[in-house]
Write a protein that binds this ligand. Structure first.
Ligand code: SAM
Length: 217
């Protein structure tokens, strides 16, 4: 019997490319121990983030939705030396766990958490004149389109924007699915696909990752 028997696409990809990773496995365990939701980015999604940050040669990264720090570690792993992650998180206790996990991963000095509603923090970052080379949108789905608009305004020319869960387990293309989150993600996908300021694509990795590059003006 082949080693690949009965594997689905995700298991096949994971078996080849997502090697066991002690640091990330500990993050997942810490999230479970604290009774937090198991909604970190997928292992292959994390690898994709690392690869994209590195390829884009990004220095300043903005993440919306920290949870336990899984994606934060993956994003920071992509930096070449200098660079910084600004991570927006609603809950102080989630950001505390994320920060502890980033410290354990050796990248705790390269992150700043901003606690509260991400929309408020995004407005604040704009008022401070901050700009970023890479964005990862992974928080409350109803605000995805608002987050995208803010990210474009905070983007350096050529910046990369990635958003997770945009297939929503296939619900976005099931017209009978009409929950708020599904409708919001559908609207987000239409926006990111059609916005003339962006070059974009939806990649069917994990639960679907949308990716866009902000065009030079
Ligand atoms: N990016 C994380 C990872 O892959 O490791 C997972 C993030 S989890 C899917 C979503 C996070 O967004 C949660 O930690 C949640 O508390 C946070 N969140 C939800 N609504 C938010 C809001 N309005 N503003 C800021 N953060 C929010």
């Amino acid at each position: 019997r082949s080693r690949y028997s009965k594997m689905n696409q995700e298991e096949y990809i994971r078996s080849l490319f997502a090697q066991p990773d002690e640091i990330l496995a500990d993050v997942i365990k810490s999230i479970e121990r604290q009774g937090m939701p198991s909604i970190s980015v997928s292992p292959e999604g994390g690898i994709f983030l690392t690869m994209l940050v590195r390829t884009a040669n990004a220095k300043q990264i903005l993440e919306i939705g920290a949870l336990g720090g899984y994606s934060g570690i993956c994003l920071l792993r992509g930096l070449r030396g200098e660079g910084h992650l600004t991570s927006l998180e609603l809950k102080q206790e989630y950001a505390d766990l994320a920060h502890a996990n980033l410290k354990k991963a050796g990248v705790g000095e390269q992150v700043t958490y901003r606690i509260g509603e991400a929309l408020d923090s995004l407005g604040q970052l704009e008022r401070e004149g901050k700009t970023f080379d890479f964005f990862f949108i992974d928080a409350d789905k109803p605000n995805y389109s608002n987050y995208l608009e803010h990210c474009i305004r905070l983007a350096n020319p050529g910046a990369i924007i990635v958003a997770d869960n945009v297939l929503w387990h296939g619900r976005v293309y099931d017209e009978t699915a009409q929950e708020d989150s599904t409708r919001a993600l559908r609207a987000f996908n239409e926006k990111i696909a059609g916005d003339s300021r962006l070059e974009s694509l939806l990649i069917p990795l994990g639960d679907g990752m949308a990716m866009a590059r902000v065009k030079e003006k």
